[in-house]
Ligand binder design. Sequence first.
Ligand SMILES: [Cu+2]
Length: 470
Amino acid sequence: MLSRRNLLGAAAATAAVSTAAVSKVALAALPEPVLQTSPDTMPPLQPPNGRPYNPVVTLNGWTLPWRMNNGVKEFHLVAEPVVREMTPGFQAHLWGYNGQSPGPTIEVVEGDRVRIFVTNKLPEVTTIHWHGQRLPNGMDGVTGLTQPAIPPGKTFVYEFVARRPGTFMYHPHADEMVQMAMGMMGLWITHPKGRHPLIAEVDRDFCFLLNAYDIEPGSATPRVMTMLDFNLWSWNSRIFPGIDPLVVRHNDRVRIRVGNLTMTNHPMHLHGHEFTVTGTDGGPVPRSARWPEVTTDIAVGQMRQFEFLADEEGDWAFHCHKSHHTMNAMGHDVPTMIGVDHSGVARQVTQLIPDYMVMGERGMKDMTEMEMPLPDNTAAMMTGTGPFGAVGMGGMFSVLKVRRGQRPGDYTDPGWFQHPPGTVAHEFAGPLATPAQAPAASGGTSMPPAAVPARPVEVQVRKPAGGHAH
Ligand SMILES: [Cu+2]
């Protein structure tokens, strides 16, 4: 048996093995961990020391303060169980860092020497992998391969120079399936030192991670064995309407950085503007390789940063374009009832089950207004209220709010957009026209009768000659 004294000695030896470059003085003085439990979007953390940079805004998140120690930026991450409000009324029991899932964003500057203390308060081993970074192999955080796992109750230290500017993330490389399904992840931004030819200076710089959970309505802990059939699609472990709007000033240059740590791809779609993908976790995209988009697909384990000029005022939807990802917890067993008249059945069932409700015979939109009793701890499937009624969305959905009156650096929600008169789609009030019938080719049938034998069809392909037709 090891005595307590020997145990401490063993721990110190383990730490020394993995952190040969760290001085004993640094180890002796562990920085106080900073905790944050509010789900609100925190204002950007202006750097109090070190090289200056323009900080990011983590959607429904925050940036971890550091301690400067002889020119080294020291951070302290604590891996621990957390309670995350995913949307008002719905609390999830997740694992995260420093009081939250995702963990805090780490912001440093190209060339910074960074030392990160990682304390494990989980019931099992963990590590942290610094996704996308150039670093010494032994700092890469892969359990068993590049370091011993961090046992519960122990603190390890990572140290490296942030060599490359860009958008990165961190997550465990230990029991990953469980630990990422439980919400362990965070963003890492390395700002360029000075002006960079491929990295534009922007007025607003937002970041968030795509994550997904499978939490049975009425319960609070994710099912960690789920591979594809997640029921909560989130940004920074928040679901609409719990995701804060991205508030910008009219004509701001805006950058949005998104990382995907779910099990599927997410085509991110912005309304009202075109954007350009300016960087990935591999670095800035060469200018010659950039093109305009309104949707960019983000595959698993990828990061994308995209930029645009916010020159159209309004409340612009910004969401994943997979329609199932803009919904909240749902029963996947709900049959499609569109077009089925089951009022007779409903009457009979109601005699047995008074609360029975018929759903979906006119589509599912009715569910947005339905006063259906929900279990205590869950989110409505399609929810959110806008100035014109129910939004009928959930999951990976938010709003880009572009306002003339927004002050520089002000991220407070300006409320709903006041549309100029005559610029909102409205009911047509004129006389209705009789539907015109498009001329049919033969006898009014839209498909050729089956009896007609198939004949070879001659196709002529003509290249445009000379000028194009207009
Ligand atoms: Cu999606």
